[in-house]
Write a protein that binds this ligand. Structure first.
Ligand code: NAG
Ligand code: NAG
Ligand code: NAG
Ligand code: NAG
Length: 337
């Protein structure tokens, strides 16, 4: 089939896919792929093989995700969290249907390994990140929706998925990030070079970012493989690699009003961090490599250093560039798995 025809078919199928999950039409991985799958520690399996429990309130949620024994925690309806629960090792936290929704406080994955978070909407988390992954390995964040209100500026809400303190072997896939300023930060301080260096391997694929400010993602000291994501109106700076970080960027599509698709310039732009200096913060530059062709649209690319992260160290399914936008629009977010 000609690609043009497939694009037309996929676009026509988008509303249908939203109603009944059609997987990724065989054009992309629907199961875990990337660093959360292929890594020296082992594939991320979450609570597979453990007991299953359904929770619909904050007290039960906190108790269910605690501890290290394998468990599948099914989340039903809206849960307003009064405090951030710590998700222990060997857990799958999975929303039921299309209405599972976390509000109030966000989620912490601290000192844990082997965690899956899928099919949850997490919105308007005021004091902190929607999800903070800290000193943790093997985490798969898939098919969630993250949203707030971009008109409140960069510092009213914090990050959506922040990955810090030597965390490693993570995949962030098929999430719908929208109407929010700072999306996903990897390595939260240039002072943590020793803790972070050699870690922070993250794959980002088939995520849909719309009406966003910065950090799609922004990395320090790690390696991120950013492929087949769709960016629509990512207003200031999408992919940012600084402080010796390395990114491999391929098969992504940028649409609408996006100023800068990719930068390795060390400056943390004032649109991202207006709190320390109106001029932004200066750090060392990062590195970037380009793999399969990207469609930058009208956005600029500012690569100051080419790195040595030239090829993903695993097998993965690369969606053909013309199919990325319709596939990601139909497949990302909640109610699809
Ligand atoms: C659960 O996670 C811990 C790490 O905290 C690991 O050592 C342990 O083997 C896991 N348990 C099972 C049954 O998988
Ligand atoms: C993480 O581990 C460190 C070191 O053992 C400990 O001090 C800290 O309290 C732990 N944090 C959480 C949230 O479990
Ligand atoms: C990180 O987590 C491990 C457990 O996985 C713990 O042993 C270690 O002390 C933690 N380190 C810090 C700095 O919290
Ligand atoms: C690269 O980014 C820096 C910092 O934002 C900016 O000063 C410079 O003009 C940019 N260069 C290009 C070619 O866009």
């Amino acid at each position: 089939m000609r690609l043009n025809n497939l694009v037309t078919i996929l676009s026509a199928l988008a509303p249908l896919a939203a109603a009944s999950p059609l997987g990724a039409f065989g054009l992309a991985a629907w199961d875990v792929e990337g660093f959360a799958k292929d890594n020296p520690v082992g594939t991320t399996t979450g609570g597979n093989g453990g007991s299953s429990v359904t929770v619909d309130n904050a007290v039960d949620f906190k108790a269910a995700v605690a501890g290290d024994e394998p468990k599948v925690v099914l989340v039903k309806g809206e849960i307003n969290l009064p405090a951030r629960p710590k998700i222990g090792s060997n857990k799958s936290v999975i929303g039921v249907g299309r209405t599972a929704h976390i509000t109030g406080k966000g989620l912490d994955v601290f000192n844990s390994t082997n965690v899956i978070i899928r099919n949850l909407k997490i919105s308007f988390i005021e004091d902190n990140d929607c999800i903070t992954i800290r000193n943790s390995t093997r985490v798969w964040v898939d098919h969630n929706e993250f949203a707030s209100d971009i008109s409140k500026g960069p510092d009213f809400f914090d990050g959506q998925v922040d990955i810090i303190r030597g965390s490693d072997w993570i995949t962030v896939s098929w999430n719908y990030f929208h109407d929010h300023w700072k999306s996903s930060l990897i390595g939260n301080d240039p002072a943590f070079r020793d803790i972070d260096s050699g870690h922070l391997h993250v794959s980002y694929h088939h995520n849909y970012w719309r009406n966003m400010g910065t950090r799609g993602p922004a990395g320090r000291f790690g390696h991120q493989h950013v492929y087949n994501n769709l960016y629509v109106d990512f207003h200031y700076q999408a992919i940012h690699s600084r402080s010796d970080n390395q990114v491999l960027v391929e098969g992504n599509v940028f649409r609408g009003k996006t100023r800068e698709a990719l930068s390795t310039y060390g400056l943390v732009i004032p649109d991202d961090s207006p709190n320390t200096c109106v001029c932004g913060d200066e750090e060392l530059d990062g590195f970037a490599n380009l793999g399969a062709k990207n469609d930058w649209g009208p956005a600029t690319v500012n690569i100051t250093q080419v790195g040595n992260f030239k090829k993903a160290p695993y097998k993965f399914k690369l969606t053909p560039l013309p199919l990325v936008a319709p596939l990601v629009k139909s497949g990302a977010g909640v109610g699809k798995i």
